[in-house]
Design a protein around this ligand. Structure first.
Ligand code: ADP
Ligand code: MG
Length: 794
């Protein structure tokens, strides 16, 4: 699990901070080198492969502690750092008794407790909730003579011979302990390269053993290295197997059997403290065990347990734990949603401006667009902030919906801001919006990015502050401190996965007084349903599930290196029909120069091969003016081919472009590939996407297969989630919003997410604010408060 090192590093950072803050800073001046320690630990966290939000937070802390502090400033810095880091700290558990150290368990001394703690297993609850990764089916004892090389097996036999032996050759040689086990059908060698002395005390000639492990071949014999063994006494004469035995990822250096014993002890002594949170009706309907029993059962399945369900983590016991977890999460989200209802927002009243602009659009809205607009209009008219996620596949027409929102807000005398992830996209949005809204010239539109000239930018900022500008389109330049709005009422965020939560909040803070702006988050990368329900549980979701009429799915083909001829043929054919072509290169930072050279070489090669065809090259190193010029040449149809690094990745709209060539397709993520493909087939003529793969991994092959299999963005999103797993999926995109789930797997447990959400919504309907169930309220608060930025729960 890649999360563990991060959590461990974070704990190393939080430790001294918490210590300093404890008991109202009683010991703050006793921490040696507090500043240096914190700054160092924070830099270490910041250097890790973590979501940008977390990195930003760690950097901020490192900066704050870069110089010595004293007195109040020192206390304030500690307070601030703890608050900054809180969203990323490991979730806690409401029951204090379970938060006690594992050092309270017999057999776990302070030293081992420390080692466990470093691995995120320092508390009793960490052991209770450390689920087996799989189960070993030891019910069937195998005759030793029938052991199969390459399989895991459990068998019983008598020790014929047991001795330390010294090996030579094969490298260094060394000393190992070996026992030969026999049962009348055959013999097998058991070998220990480590810990042989201790083993030798128990494993003597004549003793009966039950052993399990992976059977291997060694010369003419079968052997098992470091088997798990039980010495059988007389009472075990008829010893059968042990049933389903849990297998854990044990910390390095802890023998599996020892680790299993620790967990078994923790379960036997403390499982009864695991509280039930799920509504009784749900428990009854699904015939679930109590949470405490569920913990007992996942660690020690009953003799009659169904192995398949356990292996798949789909037993009743697993289900109970997953539902318990998801229910609390969904409660937190439901409560956060309810909190939004208490905050005031500007109530937008509608005149005829929206109608007028719809009438002057160059097309009629699709049914899906009309429905979605209805949902948004209803939200804008209420006195509470809209929090809505607008999902729609590439090309489904989200921009016009945002434009209508801006028109409504402008007519009501307020302002709208639209934030795009790249300058190029912001520029294009501004142009598109000006065209779409030409029927309502009273809506004044401005563009604000880092490359807008200084005097002009100043003018725009003045216009925003005075209210002269109704709609501003921009990049992160919009969240800068020097940008103030007269009456900001609507924030639209396009392609939200590029923005951190912090930036979104910074923009929200620019709304007047104690109001929050209405927020519309638009994403063209569909989010799998299970993720939408968890991550965006506090957002209402609108889906444009219909493409504008006349679109045909983009034809997709995969070429390997060496098939460049076909690319050139396709380019020629497209140009001959009057279409235009994108050729996209990945731009990996470490090898930026190399990739750039590849892209410009290609541009030249194409220009040579197709004399007379205007070719342009667009990349991140060009300054804004050059880039804009090249883009508008392409938009006007003056260039036939646009060779580009990924700057056109998101949102570019040139309906006459019908061929997309993706070079080094294996280097792109699935969402990116889908985005790129969405750049063609936007007009009446069908589009083609050629992916050229030049090597790659198993994962990249899986991505390319998914691209060939479907053009449906939702299916792509599901495939993406499956290939990458939810952690990565969220980690790289949903900056900092990754909820730490112990039990639930968002791929496996989609169904349970929906179930938990339903139950949570029902609970909040019956008891808004959870005022009658303080224990439940506390559990939600402790578990999710920080992470969901819940304010007044319980
Ligand atoms: P996306 O959802 O990917 O942001 P856009 O808003 O860029 O999609 O729209 C894609 C293209 O479809 C644009 O050229 C836009 O003008 C066009 N479009 C949007 N809605 C309709 C419609 N109802 N009928 C026809 N074309 C439409
Ligand atoms: Mg778009």
């Amino acid at each position: 699990m890649p999360k563990v090192p991060f959590q461990a590093a974070l704990e190393a950072l939080l430790g001294p901070l918490r210590f300093a803050a404890a008991d109202d800073f009683a010991r703050i001046d006793r921490v040696r080198d507090l500043e240096a320690t914190v700054a160092q630990a924070a830099s270490r966290v910041a250097a890790m492969e973590i979501p940008d939000e977390a990195r930003e937070a760690a950097r901020a802390v490192a900066g704050r502690f870069a110089a010595p502090l004293a007195g109040d400033a020192r206390r304030e810095a500690v307070r601030e750092a703890l608050a900054t880091l809180a969203p990323f700290a490991a979730p806690d558990y409401p029951d204090q008794a379970l938060a006690r150290s594992v050092a309270t368990l017999p057999g776990v001394g302070p030293k081992r407790a420390q080692m466990l703690s470093r691995r995120g297993l320092g508390r009793l609850l960490d052991l209770l909730f450390h689920l087996p990764t799989r189960y070993e089916d030891r019910r069937v004892l195998q005759p030793i003579g029938a052991l199969q090389v390459g399989t895991r097996a459990t068998f019983v036999g008598e020790v014929l011979l047991a001795d330390h032996i010294t090996t030579h050759g094969r490298g260094r040689g060394g000393r190992l302990f070996q026992a030969v086990l026999a049962d009348g059908t055959g013999t097998v060698n058991l070998k220990w390269f480590r810990g042989g002395d201790a083993i030798a005390k128990a494993v003597r000639k004549g003793v009966r053993l039950r052993a399990s492990g992976e059977v291997r071949r060694y010369r003419f014999d079968k052997e098992v290295i470091h088997p798990e063994i039980d010495v059988l006494g007389d009472e075990d004469a008829e010893a059968g197997g042990e049933g389903l035995v849990p297998v854990y990822t044990a910390p390095e250096g802890v023998p599996p059997r020892t680790f299993r014993r620790w967990i078994a002890t923790a379960v036997a002594r403390h499982a009864d403290l695991v509280a039930d949170m799920l509504p009784a009706s749900l428990v009854a309907a699904r015939k679930l065990p109590s949470a405490a029993d569920a913990v007992r059962e996942v660690h020690a399945p009953a003799p009659g347990a169904e192995p398949v369900a356990y292996q798949a983590h789909e037993s009743r016991a697993h289900e109970r734990l997953v539902l318990e977890e998801l229910y609390l999460l969904e409660l937190g989200l439901a409560l956060r949603h309810a909190e939004g209802e208490k905050v005031p927002a500007i109530e937008v009243s509608f005149g005829d401006a929206v109608q007028r602009s719809v009438r002057t659009l160059p097309f009629a809205l699709t049914g899906a667009q009309q429905r979605v607009w209805g949902e948004i209009a209803r939200d804008l008219g209420r006195g509470h902030p809209m929090s809505r996620l607008l999902q729609g596949d590439v090309g489904s027409g989200k921009t016009v919906i945002a434009a209508l929102g801006a028109v409504a807000v402008a007519e009501a005398g307020c302002q709208a801001a639209m934030m795009a992830p790249t300058e190029l996209l912001a520029e294009q949005h501004a142009r598109t919006l000006r065209t779409l809204l030409s029927g309502v010239p009273e809506v004044r539109i401005a563009l604000l990015t880092a490359s807008v000239a200084k005097p002009e930018a100043q003018e725009i900022r003045a216009g925003l502050a005075s209210g002269d500008i109704d709609l501003v389109v921009g990049t992160h330049a919009l969240v800068q401190d020097d940008v103030a709005f007269a009456r900001l009422a609507l924030v639209v965020i396009d392609e939200q996965h590029r923005f951190g939560v912090l930036q979104r909040q910074a923009l929200a803070a620019k709304a007047p007084g104690d109001t929050l702006p209405h927020t519309l988050v638009m994403t063209a990368t569909p989010i799998p349903r299970s993720l939408a329900l968890t991550l965006y549980g506090d957002l209402d979701v609108s889906v444009i599930d219909e493409l504008p009429p006349g679109r045909t799915p983009v034809r997709t083909a995969l070429l390997r290196s060496g098939e460049g001829r076909q690319v050139l043929d396709a380019v020629k054919a497209t140009l001959a029909e009057g279409g235009q072509v994108y050729v996209v290169y990945p731009l990996v930072e470490e090898s930026e120069k190399v990739d750039l050279r590849a892209a410009s070489d290609q541009a030249e090669a194409i220009a040579r091969a197709l004399p007379g065809t205007p070719v342009d090259l667009v990349h991140g190193r060009l300054d804004a003016a050059e880039r804009r010029a090249a883009m508008s040449r392409f938009e006007r149809g003056e260039t036939g081919i646009l060779v580009s690094t990924t700057v056109i990745e998101v949102g570019v709209d040139v309906p006459n472009a019908t061929l997309m060539v993706i070079e080094h397709a294996e280097r792109f993520g699935l969402a990116q590939l889908h985005q790129l493909r969405g750049r063609v087939g936007r007009g009446a003529r069908p589009g083609t996407c050629l992916m050229v793969a030049r090597g790659g991994s198993e994962d990249s092959e899986a991505r390319l297969r998914a691209m060939l299999a479907t053009t449906d963005g939702f299916a792509i999103a599901d495939a993406d989630l499956e290939i990458r797993g939810p952690g990565d999926f969220l980690g790289t995109r949903q900056h900092g919003k990754l909820p730490d789930l112990r039990f639930a797997d968002l791929v496996r447990d989609t169904r349970l997410v929906a179930l938990a959400r339903e139950a949570a919504r029902e609970t909040v309907r019956r008891d808004p604010g959870l005022r009658t169930d303080s224990e439940l309220a506390r559990a939600v608060r402790v578990r999710w408060c920080d992470r969901l930025a819940l304010v007044g729960v319980g």
